[in-house]
Design a protein around this ligand. Structure first.
Ligand SMILES: Nc1ncnc2c1ncn2[C@@H]1O[C@H](COP(=O)(O)OP(=O)(O)OP(=O)(O)O)[C@@H](O)[C@H]1O
Length: 238
């Protein structure tokens, strides 16, 4: 049984259709990445999935006990505000010291507990956001452009960490990304969105599809070469 499924979901705002006819299932032990051009409805879809936005049509179904961990696209913390990583992990609510330690370890951020949030590098900051989303040992982990501000190597490391988290927790992972070549390497399934789902499937199949190339404006040889060049089985990523 899927962790969460969307059936014929549509979102209309001020007479404008943002999402239409979305059928999507998310499973445990699977990394799914949504790609699509600016304004294609990616963030809107994530908001529907986390329950922050009610769809205008269709149904979102999941078990009542489903726990979701969410890593936002950006989080601004006033740099003049002194706040250690441990303190940040206690916002908005406290968890046991054990739970905090475990979450930081899972996100490969164990050594950062006493550091100031304002002194973290982009990659370290993302790991702490990931650790906070892992505090509840979620069934489904959702990341909105979590690799923003990371360079190519930082992004690859972050995705390796995600693959480890998925294996350890057995959770499902859903993310939105613009990093096409890394997405191709790090995902089990890619979903191309443009208000509707244009195509979806394993990365190599999607990379070769004309719907994907037309939507993202990538050349066929580039898409497939990117995939072949960068692709490594998950074991090799860890
Ligand atoms: N509350 C709203 N009212 C009206 N229009 C909205 C609302 N929220 C989003 N939109 C519109 O819906 C479309 C999709 O927005 P969304 O942020 O979901 O796209 P996106 O794919 O995440 O874009 P980006 O890649 O630029 O972050 C855009 O045209 C946006 O202007």
């Amino acid at each position: 049984m899927p962790l969460l499924s969307l059936s014929d979901v549509g979102v209309t705002r001020r007479g404008h259709t943002i999402l239409d006819g979305i059928d999507l299932s998310l499973e445990r032990n699977e990394i799914v990445t949504i790609v699509g051009p600016n304004g294609s409805g990616k963030t809107t879809l994530l908001r529907v999935i986390i329950g922050a936005l009610a769809p205008s049509r269709g149904r979102v179904s999941h078990d009542a006990s489903l726990t979701i961990g969410y890593v936002p696209q950006r989080l601004h913390i006033d740099p003049t505000l002194p706040m250690t990583v441990s303190r940040f992990m206690a916002l908005p609510r406290r968890h046991s010291n054990d739970a905090v330690r475990r979450a930081l370890e899972r996100a490969d951020a164990a050594g950062l507990a006493d550091r100031q949030m304002s002194g973290l590098s982009g990659g370290q900051f993302q790991r702490v956001l990931l650790a906070r989303a892992l505090l509840t040992s979620p069934d489904l982990l959702i990341l909105d452009e979590a690799n923003q501000g990371l360079d190519h190597r930082g992004t690859a490391e972050f995705y390796r960490q995600l693959a480890r988290v998925k294996r350890e927790l057995g959770c499902g992972v859903l993310m939105v990304s613009h990093e096409l070549h890394v997405v191709m390497r790090a995902s089990d399934r890619v979903v191309c969105l443009n208000g509707r789902i244009c195509c979806q499937g394993p990365p190599d199949t999607v990379a070769g599809s004309s719907a994907y190339r037309d939507l993202l404006g990538v050349d066929e040889r580039d898409a497939v070469a990117f995939y072949r060049h960068d692709h490594a089985p998950e074991e090799a990523l860890s």
